[in-house]
Design a protein around this ligand. Structure first.
Ligand code: B12
Length: 292
């Protein structure tokens, strides 16, 4: 993605006249800065925010610095045309077509889909199908690694377009001994879309390191993804309990999710156990709004 655009480039990308874009900028519908020479410049995060909110289709994604979108969605990014995305994404991931797979996700995002919906929908479903395909064999491990990397790239491409400004900080990661990297990076992008500045400590984060990260960044929210089946669920559950109590004492909310979240057993004080990225998004948005 580019860092900023002229009104002419944005106009051509979305198929409107340059004068319309200039008028929207002057009316404040699009925030634009001025160069030393007095020309309007629109930050890419602002252009993407405007495109998504206005539901305008992107006709020439390459002008936004996202040529992969035309590869995946040759007819443009019309909103609401997402039936069958999980199947398409699955096929692209199986074939290792990273450019088109990234384009599909980025295109849906530009068309206005919430990050959480993309994560809980096509990405989760496509990967679940990939997991079923080689259940009980080692044959598909390279495909699983490659598919994970492609989805991580797509999430990173979405993330560079988000600008949470001076929002509160959230810190999180995957559980200790947990190799799964996507759930935590999804949480980071979902939180950035909700207005948090997210610091992702990645897979295999010891609980004590998560605690340190929260302190170092004066975070308001912490997340933990538990995806792997662990050798000693009791140890993990007690560790999360202690973490939740400590964070609660500091006024920090802890959200835990992931396929293995059931190890935590009964509901615990100071802990929000969520099933999906949509729940995380709703929780985070409410916190940001309460802080305003
Ligand atoms: C990719 C993959 C791997 C890769 C991971 C690469 C990496 N660096 O990330 C590798 C090859 C390492 C791997 C290893 C193994 N895997 Co694996 N793997 C997968 C696969 C295909 C995708 C995982 C993934 O990233 N999914 C995408 C994520 C985002 O989806 P999700 O975890 O469901 O998360 C969603 C929600 O749970 C929620 N959520 C998650 N975290 C959080 C956090 C918060 C705060 C919130 C609010 C919500 C939330 O939101 C997400 C989006 O909706 C899954 C299939 C599947 N169903 O997911 C199998 C799968 C998980 N693996 C499985 C198995 C068996 C293994 C191995 C044992 C294989 C082996 N023979 O060694 C090892 C074990 C590793 C371990 N220590 O646990 C099984 C697990 C079965 C079970 N009993 O749970 C699965 C389900 C495949 C299957 N159908 O059999 N795997």
């Amino acid at each position: 993605m580019r860092t900023n655009l002229s009104p002419k480039m944005l106009a051509r990308a979305i198929g409107v006249s340059e004068s319309s874009v200039k008028r929207w900028a002057d009316e404040g519908a699009i925030r634009a800065a001025r160069t030393n020479g007095g020309h309007r410049r629109i930050a890419i995060a602002e252009a993407v925010r405007f495109i998504r909110r206005s539901s305008l289709p992107v006709i020439r994604p390459e002008l936004l610095g996202a040529p992969e979108v035309s590869e995946a969605l040759p007819s443009g990014t019309a909103p609401g045309s997402d039936l069958g995305d999980a199947d398409r994404l699955h096929d692209l991931l199986i074939d290792g077509r990273s450019f088109a797979a990234r384009g599909l996700i980025l295109g849906r995002y530009l068309a206005g889909a919430r990050v959480a919906a993309l994560c809980d929908g096509p990405i989760r479903q496509a990967l679940a199908r990939i997991g079923e395909r080689w259940r009980g064999t080692d044959d598909g491990i390279f495909i699983e690694h490659r598919a994970t990397e492609i989805c991580a790239q797509a999430l990173a491409a979405v993330r560079v377009t988000l600008d949470p400004g001076e929002g509160p900080v959230a810190v999180g990661g995957g559980g200790p001994d947990d190799p799964y990297r996507l759930p935590s990076s999804m949480a980071a992008v979902v939180l950035e879309e909700s207005g948090f500045r997210a610091v992702d400590l990645g897979a295999q984060t010891p609980l004590v390191s998560l605690r340190q990260g929260v302190g170092a960044h004066a975070a308001r929210l912490a997340w933990l993804s538990l995806s792997a089946v662990v050798a000693d669920p009791g140890v993990l559950a007690r560790g999360v309990d202690r973490l939740a109590r400590e964070l609660q004492g500091d006024g920090v909310r802890l959200v835990v999710g992931g396929r293995a979240r059931a190890v935590l057993g009964r509901p615990r004080r100071g802990l929000f156990v969520a099933e999906s990225m949509a729940e995380l998004s709703a929780f985070a948005t409410a916190l940001v709004e309460a802080d305003r």
